[in-house]
Design a protein around this ligand. Structure first.
Ligand code: ADP
Ligand code: MG
Length: 256
């Protein structure tokens, strides 16, 4: 990219504890519009908590979160009415894809995708179905529109979940280990969809251990350990010449 894009995500001094377990201990990073940033780090380092804090599924204790120009400053205490309004705005601009898919089991693939269109966006059923079909087609699942999640493979479920996220026309997509629950043979179908989204310029923050994806697609790799960002660098330097011993140790582990 040769023009400097604005920040889509900016996190400053983010802290979050559960009781006396300080999980995020001052996290800072930014993601520019159209960037793909991969977050890596050992289990328990706070990656999920960070992602969930970005759209306030977890309430951060202190720090600043800015998503798509909407800024919430936390300094302990309760959320003000103004904060709540901003959080709704952030959620409207953000989609989240979970490790565990989180589809409605008693709704078909198509109904899972159109649910938000009719209930949140108030789009009429016929148009929602049309949009839903074109999104399912985009993730390669038009033929599965009327199947229930129980009859889909993990990779297909995850692609339905991505289509559902896209239905809300997000400006940012947060992925939390989207392929970790999948058999290796099913991962690639999901990664192909993610690669296409990246190519189309979607802003993506992706927690993943998929090395190839990170090497090919990421603009940067943010490495977290112990609730802080240890390194934030280009994939080539992260994988080929990691400066930190903690990164080297981590890469050794995930490389098997
Ligand atoms: P990661 O995704 O990097 O594996 P997590 O953010 O899931 O890490 O977890 C980091 C730490 O936060 C863990 O010690 C975990 O037990 C704790 N934790 C996460 N969510 C909660 C919660 N809702 N209540 C209490 N502790 C939590
Ligand atoms: Mg996690």
């Amino acid at each position: 990219m040769n023009t400097i894009q604005p920040n889509r995500i900016a996190v400053r001094g983010l802290k979050k504890s559960f009781g006396d377990n300080a999980v995020l201990r001052g996290v800072d990073f930014t993601v520019r519009s159209g960037e793909v940033v991969v977050i890596m780090g050992p289990s328990g380092s706070g990656k999920t908590t960070l992602l969930r804090s970005l759209n306030f599924l977890e309430l951060p204790d202190t720090g600043t979160i800015e998503v798509s120009g909407v800024q919430v400053v936390r300094n302990g205490g309760k959320l003000t009415r103004d904060d709540q309004k901003k959080i709704r705005a952030i959620r409207q601009r953000t989609a989240m894809v979970f490790q565990s898919f989180n589809l409605f089991p008693h709704r078909t693939a198509l109904e899972n995708v159109t649910e938000g269109l009719t209930s949140v966006k108030g789009i009429d059923k016929a148009r929602a179905q049309q949009r839903g079909m074109s999104l399912l087609d985009r993730v390669g699942l038009a033929a599965k529109a009327n199947e229930y999640p129980g009859r889909l493979s993990g990779g297909q479920k995850q692609r339905v979940a991505i289509a559902r996220g896209l239905a809300m026309e997000p400006e940012v997509i947060l992925f939390d280990e989207p392929t970790s629950a999948l058999d290796p043979s099913l991962r690639e179908d999901v990664l192909v969809v993610m690669r296409e989204l990246a190519k189309e310029g979607m802003t993506m923050l992706v927690v993943t251990h998929e090395i190839r994806f990170a090497q090919d697609v990421a603009d940067r790799v943010v490495f977290m350990d112990g609730g802080v960002v240890v390194t934030d660098t280009y994939p080539a330097s992260f994988f080929n010449s990691p400066a930190s011993p903690r990164v080297r140790e981590f890469l050794h582990l995930i490389d098997g």
